[in-house]
Design a protein around this ligand. Structure first.
Ligand code: PLP
Length: 457
């Protein structure tokens, strides 16, 4: 049943949903033994409500994507108007549609100079699949079909398609799923907080040496591309040292190896820029986006490329692959309205200012025994939790119990990887909401024991 916004479905309806959820749904990453569910029913701005009426601060912007906040009527109206006019059409062969064209123009106008063409997808993994295939196909079309190797990094997350899952750097995405995509090599990711992982060497120096040795070992003329997030998101909101990407890009370019930036999380204002490529001062050959392109109101994504790359992979016979939903006009209309809101409301500026304010508010948390490191780029923040500050050992329980306590005790939703809490709030967040978040974090993190247990308040 549809209930008016603000109404609460009630306990009977909630029970029915929870029973049906357990019986009929498959969730990612949820063991059978866990029987509780939180059923979300509405949202406004930075807050959402569940079916019991409990209000939460959505400090994750769902999955790092609701840039303009929840419940924007303007986006609802744009989607409805486009659906009423032409709900969908495709871009295969010479078919096109006005919304896809307008969005391609808008995105390539916003993108760093040199990225001049757009290919549309329905999400991040799809975008990385396209980027990997484009890179290999580019070399194939240039008469270098042996350039098939892809370099990636440990602890990277690029989605769970066959290619995107293979280049993701965490074993959990590989074990039990049969052979991954061949010709993938994972390099060490740069993480300035974990100096111990680089054997006393400078972090960039270590990574560059490893990259150079890897290129020599595989052979430069067998490598298609390197893929990486300019600032790692799921990996812990980890920005590399400032000289890392410029030096990596220079080395790759000298060897004819393409650079792919996965900006699925970082694009559209997350780090205070339209694209984090600007944050790290490097323009890649291929830039993959999704999530914030529509603020998550509808699935969509865009892969931006140079003219040279686009011209080579299309060529006289065309780029032979695409998706059913490539260039979906309703998704493109939503994206255009979303980008207009980001611009009109100066949300890049707000990400910088509120991100800086939040970082200042969180700075005293560094004195807590459980807090090892706090990282911030715009409104992308990570808090690394430790059992021991001196050795930087992670909590034995991971961060999940802390995230759960934040949710239950403080009504704050955020996600964590095993080491770090990840904070990616909507870019409309104001100082009052940042205070609510900082106070909640302080209250819970002050009670974390070295064994990962949380003392009662
Ligand atoms: N790349 C990055 C950096 C991501 O964080 C994600 C998802 O969180 C993806 C790719 C995958 O995107 P999707 O889940 O839309 O396929």
């Amino acid at each position: 049943p549809v209930f008016p916004a603000g109404a609460i479905p009630g306990p009977e309806q909630t029970d029915r949903w929870i029973r049906a959820d357990r019986a009929r749904l498959i969730h990612p990453n949820l063991p059978d033994s866990r029987t509780d569910r939180t059923v979300m029913v509405e949202g406004r701005g930075c807050h959402v409500r569940d079916s019991s009426g409990k209000r939460y601060l959505d400090a994750a912007a769902v999955l790092g994507m609701v840039q303009v906040g929840h419940g924007r009527d303007e986006i609802v109206a744009a989607a409805a108007a486009q659906m009423a006019r032409l709900e969908c059409f495709h871009l295969w062969e010479n078919m096109s549609n006005d919304q896809a064209i307008e969005l391609a123009v808008r995105l390539t106008d916003l993108a760093p100079p040199g990225l001049e063409r757009a290919f549309f997808t329905s999400g991040g993994a799809e975008g990385n699949e396209i980027a990997l295939r484009m890179a290999r196909y580019f070399h194939h079309r240039r008469g270098r079909p042996e350039r098939t190797w892809i370099l990636s990094r440990t602890s990277a997350y690029h989605g769970i398609g066959y290619g995107s899952g293979s280049v993701s750097g965490l074993p959990v995405y590989h074990e039990g799923f049969g052979p991954p995509m061949p010709h993938v090599h994972h390099l060490t990711a740069p993480d300035p907080y974990h100096r111990e992982a680089y054997g006393g060497e400078d972090v960039t120096g270590f990574c560059l040496r490893e990259l150079r040795e890897t290129i020599e070992r595989i052979g430069p003329d067998r490598i298609a591309a390197m893929i990486g997030e300019p600032v790692m998101s799921v990996g812990g909101a980890v920005a590399p040292p400032t000289d890392y990407w410029p030096r990596v890009a220079e080395l790759l370019r000298s060897q004819g190896i393409l650079l792919i930036f996965d900006e699925v999380v970082t694009a559209y204002g997350r780090t205070g820029h339209w694209f984090a490529a600007e944050h790290v001062a490097v323009t890649p050959d291929i830039l993959v986006t999704a999530k914030g392109i529509t603020s998550g109101y509808i699935p969509h994504g865009a892969v931006l490329t140079t003219e040279e790359l686009a011209a080579t992979v299309t060529g006289s016979t065309g780029f032979p692959i695409g998706f059913t939903y490539t260039g979906h006009p309703t998704a493109c209309a939503v994206a255009l309205t979303n980008l207009a809101i980001i611009e009109r409301e100066n949300l890049l500026d707000n990400a910088m200012k509120t991100g800086g304010y939040l970082a200042d508010r969180l700075a005293p948390l560094r004195d807590l025994p459980a807090v090892g490191d706090i990282r911030q780029a715009g409104l992308m923040l990570g808090i690394e939790l430790v059992a021991d500050k001196a050795t930087r050992t992670p909590l034995p329980t991971g961060t999940a119990p802390v995230a759960q306590a934040l949710r239950e005790d403080k009504g704050i939703i955020l996600r964590g990887n095993p080491r770090s809490l990840l904070i990616n709030p909507p870019l409309v967040m104001d100082r009052g909401t940042a205070d609510e978040l900082a106070d909640g974090l302080f209250s819970v993190l002050a009670r974390v024991e070295p064994d990962g247990r949380i003392r009662r308040s």
